[in-house]
Design a protein around this ligand. Sequence first.
Ligand code: GLA
Length: 472
Amino acid sequence: MRKRCIAGILTGMMVLSLVACGSREDSTPDTPVSVAGVTQVPDEGTQPDGEAEPTKAEQKPDGEAEPTKAEQKPEGEAEPTKAEQKPDGEAEPTKAEQKPEGEAEPTKAEQKPEGEAEPTQAADSQAPLTIQSVFAQNGMKAGTCLTTQMINNSYLADLITANFNSVTMENAMKPDYILDKAESIATGDIVVNFNADMAAMLDWARANHMAVRGHTIIWYSQTPKWIFHENFDTNAPFVTREVMLARMESYIKQVFEQLDDYGYTDLFYAYDVVNEAWMEDGKIREEMNYWYQIIGADYLWYAFYYANQYAPESIDLYYNDYNEQYKTDALLKFVDTLVDEEGNYLIDGIGLQAHLYTGDDLDNYLKTVERLGATGLKIELTELDVSLGTWQNTLAATDENLKVQGRYYYELTDGLFKLVQEGKVTMDALTFWGFADGLSWRKDASPLLYDTMYLPKYALYGVLQQKEKAGY
Ligand code: GLA
């Protein structure tokens, strides 16, 4: 938790400005195990032929030209539209609504005898294995990103409630969804206004006993540019550092105040205060990062300082980033600067987006998790997906490639559980960036656990630690 004293770390904001430049054997049941209510095994025929290029360049600094750039983000430069107008999920879900609700589907979650008669031992042992039940054995919540499309489709909603007990809004809590330009102009202060989609998903989360990760407050992307200008007018000059710091404080304060006003605070266990601020070369992201351009490198320190002031202790404050395995040194240096005058951390956790590829070195990734975990801060994989191939060359969803993916998920999950069990990493949750390939922002690289027909892939069995079904 925050307020933890860390001896020997007396850096803080001054330093930041300087730094800135600077097997488990599978316990296979004999009887067929139903997976989240679904008993089928993966069917190659249902897989998409993912020849298309990866949508993002964002990944991998494999040597030469650094790919990690704003342009990677589809949502990047253009002025964000208003929350209400926005579809939930930019590169998006073709599938869900088309999904027939009930016809000859795989067994549904609700078909499970929920609680009718007294559960016999036999019934217990046949309880469906779900992601959340496997993670619970390791003291962890299992999460997915969430859209209104998912909660409005009962088939998808059931898959989610069976498998997960934590959600992150894919978009609805991002800056461009919650900052209100008209109100900001009218009042002269930056104004946060939660939107209907967000409320609908939080109400759904509560009704379905889900915990929530907040995502995200201070980011260079999906952030309206008008917040950085005098009179909230993009034709006017940027405001001064002092004004921007005041806006930042007001923005962060309103986020936590409104959660409280609307009665949602208790749902949240974590919040990404800052997203994607560091580059693989150890420098702060400059391009399109107006927080940095106006305030300077200590914008990062102030973001956590304000969040620490206004967020309740019950919500862990996270820094979240991608390509974590290539930025590890920078991240380690950075979190050491996030301390108050007494050396207490202003941060509780490091969020690792974990947008991985089957071609990524898994041992190296697990070492990254271990190194970051050695800070004593919580670690959460916050957006896990494992695309087929490499970032330069995604592979088609052939049976062989899907088996490789199944094994990758198996070994990743197994490795993380071991780090947790050995006390090397404190990880109270792991979030997948969705669950079904057809709904993924990287659908062309088939990165998730269910295929485009919502049938389980080897990947799902890998996560469930059912080795014999995970592509081995
Ligand atoms: C980053 C962000 C997420 C999301 C993905 C793309 O990882 O943190 O919120 O935008 O990109 O879906």
